[in-house]
Design a protein around this ligand. Structure first.
Ligand code: GLC
Length: 526
């Protein structure tokens, strides 16, 4: 390939700022805390950090409800703290990516405060307002992604406003050119300060049907499923007009030097997902590929996912892979601690930019949150059906101290008691830990061109073993992942083991090899 860009070679690390490092003792992480951990991120070997939202917010959805796009919430610090963090990151060769939340603001954003005042307010059309439906109720059947109608009646005028998420998160009207230009200015505000890119929140949801047609009933929905899934998102997501907005954002970002990157949060089937690379690749450079998150954990399923994704990529599009994020159960809880190592090897040896969720490098699991400590509105609205996201947002486990090195105060979510044993300090000293495995995989990926940018070939499932090759010039690496719990003998031909998920057989020459249960190997052929 042509000279690869940093975000093609690199590894992205997601920081959930509330849970990474507290420095002022309020039990919530902050920007100074992140700055104090940059050397750790350098040691781990990452290239870029993406911060979940840090802008001022009433925190109804923990920062995804923004009341000022161009500032920092005092909980996290100040703009000066941000500038310092960015400079400190750049001084270490780290890039910094911000979350951007274009679909909705907080209800307390001054734009919405004005918009809801009267029907003829200058900002009325900045949000999506409709008169009541024929029966006096909501204008149509659209549902909030958190459950319940997506429409909220507003006392001031009797009209309803649209909220695809919480009622505290009114949807912006992206069909209004004034909204577009204000949001592009918000992007420029951060680009001018030097950020290296954005992760765009719910990018596929920005535009809704302009005729406000009812969504069709989902025949597969059954009682106990998320309420939102009662209808199919035909008129509320992935509308064709969204592509023009995506391209508009990209062109603002491309107006700045330094190969800045646009990542899109998009939950869609692959054939629709790849549309977000845009016509002539003028869309998002990295439309997040979440397929591994919901995949059945077996070799045949994963082989199929990888092959179909690679085949669906438009010419020149760069792939990416994700195992978890702040909305999804932890990988170590989904597949267990043995397979979590296989998952790490998969993420870091596939072709494409990997994004690592904070704490996955130490195998953090879903925390247990007693009912009285639940924070997430998703759990409060529909309790007990597994929608709550607090378990994957528990504080980073830095050391064995009472606050796990995260805080000296009372943490906003409980620290997993396992932190006394499983923490960065202990695991980075342990030559057999999952932390050490991540560290070794990241180093191997960085130092081996075939792994970082090489072609992907021969993706196959052989019983419980997933195998594929990464090739660059004369270098051929073979990856073998035993996704089962029985040993499996394989014959890769003459090769040298570079790394095992068990971390105990580097530089071993082999011709045939028995993979232990849940063992993954990277081998160099020849
Ligand atoms: C995205 C975020 C999620 C948030 C939602 C609404 O999906 O990742 O955390 O609740 O958008 O902003």
């Amino acid at each position: 390939m042509e000279k690869p860009l940093w975000w093609q070679r690199g590894l992205i690390y997601q920081v959930y700022p509330r849970s990474f490092q507290d420095t002022d003792g309020d039990g919530v992480g902050d920007l100074s805390g992140i700055a104090g951990r940059l050397d750790y991120l350098v040691t781990l070997g990452i290239d870029a950090l993406w911060l979940s939202p840090i802008q001022p917010s009433p925190m109804a959805d923990f920062g995804y409800d923004i009341s000022d796009y161009c500032n920092v919430d005092p909980l996290f610090g100040t703009l000066a703290d941000f500038d310092r963090l960015l400079a400190d990151a750049h001084a270490r060769g780290l890039r910094l990516i911000l979350d951007f939340v274009p679909n909705h603001t907080s209800e307390r954003h001054p734009w919405f405060v004005e918009s809801r005042r009267s029907r003829d307010d200058a900002r009325r059309d900045w949000y999506i307002w409709r008169p009541p439906g024929p029966d006096g109720g909501p204008p149509n059947n659209w549902l909030s992604r958190f459950g319940g109608s997506a429409w909220e009646r507003d006392e001031a005028t009797g009209d309803y406003y649209l909220h695809s998420f919480l009622k505290q998160q009114p949807d912006l009207n992206w069909r209004n050119p004034a909204v577009r230009s204000a949001m592009m200015d918000a992007l420029r505000f951060w680009l001018d300060r030097g950020v290296d890119g954005f992760r765009m929140d719910v990018l596929w949801v920005l535009i809704k049907d302009d005729q406000f047609r009812d969504n069709p009933v989902n025949p597969a929905w059954k009682s106990g499923d998320p309420l939102h899934d009662q209808f199919i998102d035909l008129y509320t997501a992935d509308r064709p007009e969204v592509q023009d907005i995506v391209a508009g954002m990209r062109s603002v970002i491309d107006g700045y030097p330094g190969d800045r990157v646009m990542i899109g949060e998009i939950y869609l089937p692959v054939d629709r997902l790849v549309a977000y690379y845009g016509t002539a690749l003028h869309g998002a450079q990295l439309p997040f590929n979440f397929q591994l998150i919901n995949a059945k954990w077996d070799a045949a399923t994963i082989a199929d996912i990888v092959r179909k994704y690679e085949a669906a990529l438009p010419a020149g599009a760069w792939p990416n892979w994700v195992l978890g994020n702040h909305d999804q159960p932890r990988i170590a809880s989904r597949v267990g601690s043995v397979q979590a190592r296989v998952a790490a090897m998969l993420l870091l040896t596939l072709r494409g930019t990997p994004t690592l969720y904070y704490g996955d490098e130490i195998g953090m699991r879903n925390g247990t949150i007693p009912p009285e400590l639940v924070q997430d509105p998703a759990e409060k609205i529909q309790p007990g059906i597994g929608l709550g996201r607090d378990p994957q947002r528990t504080p980073m486990q830095w050391d064995a101290s009472p606050g796990a090195g995260f805080t000296v105060g009372r943490p906003w979510l409980p620290i997993d008691p396992i932190a006394t044993l499983e923490n960065v300090a202990a695991m980075s000293r342990d030559p057999g830990s999952i932390w050490t495995l991540h560290h070794a995989l990241i180093a191997l990926r960085r130092d081996t061109t075939a792994l970082s940018i090489g072609a992907l070939q021969e993706v196959e499932a052989d019983g419980s073993v997933l195998r594929f090759s990464r090739v660059e010039g004369s270098q051929r690496l073979l990856i073998l992942l035993n996704m089962g719990d029985a040993p499996r003998k394989v014959a890769p031909g003459p090769a040298t083991i570079l790394l095992s998920t068990y971390l105990d057989r580097a530089q071993e020459p082999v011709d045939t090899v028995t993979l232990r249960p849940g063992e993954g190997l990277v081998l160099e052929a020849g």
